[in-house]
Design a protein around this ligand. Structure first.
Ligand code: CA
Length: 230
């Protein structure tokens, strides 16, 4: 079971670094974004973090707008923080769907305690994760956009997730690079078959890091790739 991921959205680098240090010390993983619009995009397209720490005053899009937009597609726990008490009043008045808030300046220790409390509450409300068994001892968690090999979760980008899922769902079938390219929506601007190769290379590297290493993606010369289930 890998550590839970917390997305830190904060435009003050020093504060973000401090918060992340405390999160890591408490056993969490973290990602940091300093721009509201990028944070929203990240939450729309990437694997969902366990919780979001959201500053209000942000470049791009303010935290309240981010919160409102996220609630249209996700129940991810959101902890808002702001230096301005009147913003927090506004936040509560608008009922944007934030789960909790803290006033700046806050103690990082208190922030981490709030995150833990948020996750405990969220666990009671979230549906259990459904793992769909796939070929070769793998399982696909569609809701969490994760792929596991026995108990070990692979840390995949969204594109890598889609590619590996496709191969796993059709073991033994050869996919041409062009077919796999259709799965890589983000990279349409760069429409070289080599893009597929570089993603497959990264997936293979991650499979090789499993214990024991898995080498289940076969290259089919001149055509593409195939998953060989053990
Ligand atoms: Ca700020």
């Amino acid at each position: 079971m890998s550590a839970e991921l917390i997305l830190v959205v904060e435009d003050e680098p020093k504060l973000a670094a401090l918060v992340r240090d405390y999160l890591h010390a408490a056993g969490f993983r973290s990602e940091w974004l300093a721009d509201g619009r990028l944070a929203l995009e990240r939450l729309r397209t990437g694997p969902m973090p366990a919780a979001v720490l959201l500053d209000v005053m942000l470049p791009g899009l303010d935290g309240l707008e981010v919160c409102r937009a996220v609630r249209a597609f996700s129940d991810v726990p959101i902890l808002i923080n702001s230096a301005r008490v009147e913003e927090l009043d506004r936040l509560l008045g608008l009922e944007l769907g934030a789960d909790d808030y803290v006033c700046k300046p806050f103690s990082p220790r208190e922030l981490v305690a709030r995150v833990k409390a948020l996750l405990r509450r969220a666990q009671g409300r979230l549906a259990p994760v459904t793992l769909v068994p796939a070929a070769g001892g793998f399982a696909v968690d569609e809701a969490g956009q994760r792929i596991l090999w026995h108990e070990q979760a692979l840390s995949l980008t969204p594109v890598e997730f889609r590619l590996l899922r496709q191969l796993l769902q059709h073991p033994g079938r050869v996919f041409e690079r062009a077919q796999l390219l259709d799965l890589i929506h983000e990279d349409f601007r760069d429409v070289s078959d080599r893009v597929v190769d570089s993603h497959v290379k990264n997936i293979r590297r991650k499979l090789a890091a499993l214990d024991p290493p898995q080498e289940c993606i076969a290259s089919v010369y001149g055509v593409g790739y195939r998953l060989d289930a053990a």
